[in-house]
Design a protein around this ligand. Sequence first.
Ligand code: NAD
Length: 360
Amino acid sequence: MQLNVLTVPGDGIGTEVTREAVKVLEKVVSKYGHSLKLTDALLGGIAIHQTGSPFPDDTARKALDADATLMGAVGLPEFDNAPPEKRPEKGLLGIRKILGVYANLRPVKAWPALIESSPLKNHIVEGVDMIIVRELNGGIYYGTPRGIEGSGDTERGTNTMTYTRAEIARITRMGFHLARGRKKKLTSVDKSNVLETSQLWRRVVNEIAPEFPDVELEHILVDNCAMQLILRPKQFDVVVMENMFGDILSDEGAVLAGSIGMLPSASIGERKPNGAFVGLYEPVHGSAPDIAGQNKANPLGAIGSVSAMLEYSFGLKEEAAAVNAAMEAVLNSGRVTADLKPKGTPATTSEVGDAVANAI
Ligand code: NAD
């Protein structure tokens, strides 16, 4: 297979972890006999420095041409007080929007070697392996009317949570498809005891369920889901939800994995004519100015994003599993970065990248 991949390293540790992720991608591609066309583009603070814009037209064009985009992180402290259109984060929203990605996938996996890093008891975390699927384009973050009006005691803030049948249906199908390729269980999260959007959500999910008779479906109220994620996280396989619920619960899920440096993410859109899903893959963390340039950052969130890209955009499950197995081998070896609190001297970013590439 020819993999046409755009890399957008961004700022701070974004460049450092992306370098390691590319190293691993090149290794897995050559090992399995595929070919790789890599293109590079600017985004965020570095793009402002070099072109005046956080999201240059050249980057937009390249992202639309690529099969998948691998991103690092954006953000530089010098722009903290800049106006919104001149902030690095504007580039992030721009690339997500132009690609039309509507599903944010956050795999949450408890790596055996990191069980001790989780704040939860070992027996609760052991064996956790789920994907949180968050709707990314709708809901209360985009609904209108919105705003703040009036003054004094009657000054009022308004946001509107709204979903169409089509928006619910496409994210539901994405959830069912993912569940079909895993443990065949889909949990749909809503607040249908109170919200009309959730009542429609539950109805549409139930209508789609017969298309996937091999997948077990369950519904759970969002407040109970928040509790169950901590009490019995192992019960979940694929968990699908609207935008704001996903924003909140995916951070709760992140705690299960130990360090923010471990977490990959995938944002997925429609299928392209060649069958690949449009996808934007990035670690969950930011540009970490406090450790940037020191070869200290944990690259495993970025490397895990390569695994997600192989699986979701290219359907290369075996290759994705090979990356995960190599990551696991490196975690078990104990040669990991400082954030994972190794017993001996911490490994550097590039040492961890080399070790994962060598383990493939
Ligand atoms: P951050 O994720 O960059 O850092 C939070 C803490 O986690 C820091 O102490 C950092 O050292 C540590 N950390 C993060 N990633 C790590 C890794 N891979 N290995 C080891 N330690 C790691 O969040 P922040 O400090 O709130 O934000 C810094 C900048 O990043 C800001 O400009 C912010 O806007 C931006 N940001 C960008 C994204 C993105 O590009 N998707 C996401 C979050 C924050």
